[in-house]
Design a binder for this molecule. Structure first.
Ligand SMILES: [Fe+2]
Ligand SMILES: [Fe+2]
Ligand SMILES: [Fe+2]
Length: 237
């Protein structure tokens, strides 16, 4: 959690081209979602068949979004397993600290937050502005799928509540109960929270045939202070 994608993505001083790298990273990181959805599905018995069908469709979408991120990096000649650091701490924390319905609440809370103008539409517009056709195409798919996921959330999570506002608040509450100890993981030697951004960006610049922009290369904001969801800026959607 050494590179904060959202702070970079929403900073107007940065151009769209390097932002496509941050979006590929965000897509790649979506592989954390199937990791927490699989446990919701497996640990929620006695639902109608349609529940398992919809939830499994969504699980597969999330895995596919991660593959779009992978393809984005490969297309730029970036050795992503070496250069781009992702982890599974979000799903690990959710799987070990929350009950299935609480996990679904967090998922709903995050996904319904992806729909405003500064969510998936913004990412798609950055993709278009970057002139990286893959980025625009991927964001188009990502947006469309997340619209469907919001519907899946309405059908299978929201209906447990009489008041939709309470359903959102419950998700927010469950999310804020999850302990993600950024500093402790580093102290225990589990991670370095390495800033992989400058090397990855320089690698992409080589592919683009441009000189790295020193201001972009110097970016070094981590997730130590900012929770990675839309409450502050954006979500891990
Ligand atoms: Fe997505
Ligand atoms: Fe989703
Ligand atoms: Fe997603």
């Amino acid at each position: 959690m050494g590179v904060n994608a959202e702070v970079f993505l929403y900073d107007e001083k940065f151009p769209p081209e390097p932002k496509t790298l941050m979006m590929f990273y965000k897509r790649l990181r979506e592989v954390d979602v199937p990791e927490m959805m699989a446990s919701i599905i497996a640990e929620t018995p006695d639902k109608p068949w349609e529940y398992y069908r919809d939830m499994t469709r969504q699980l597969w979408d999330e895995a596919r979004h991660a593959m779009m991120g992978e393809v984005g990096f490969v297309n730029l000649g970036i050795d992503w397993p070496k250069q781009v650091m992702i982890n599974f701490t979000w799903s690990l924390a959710l799987n070990t600290q929350l009950k299935p319905i609480e996990r679904h609440a967090v998922l709903y809370f995050i996904e319904q937050g992806l729909m405003p103008k500064n969510g998936k539409r913004f990412e798609w517009e950055v993709g278009l502005a970057s002139h990286n056709p893959l980025s625009a195409l991927f964001q188009d798919y990502d947006w469309a799928d997340e619209v469907l996921h919001a519907r899946v959330g309405r059908d299978w999570y929201l209906k447990n509540f009489e008041d939709p506002k309470k359903a959102v608040q419950y998700g927010d509450h469950c999310w804020s109960r999850v302990l993600m100890n950024w500093a402790k993981w580093r102290e225990e030697g589990l991670t370095q929270h390495r800033n992989w951004w400058p090397d990855t960006y320089r690698e992409a610049c080589k592919h683009w045939g441009v000189e790295p922009d020193p201001q972009v290369a110097a970016y070094s904001t981590t997730y130590e202070q900012v929770r990675a969801d839309l409450k502050t800026i954006s979500a891990s959607g």
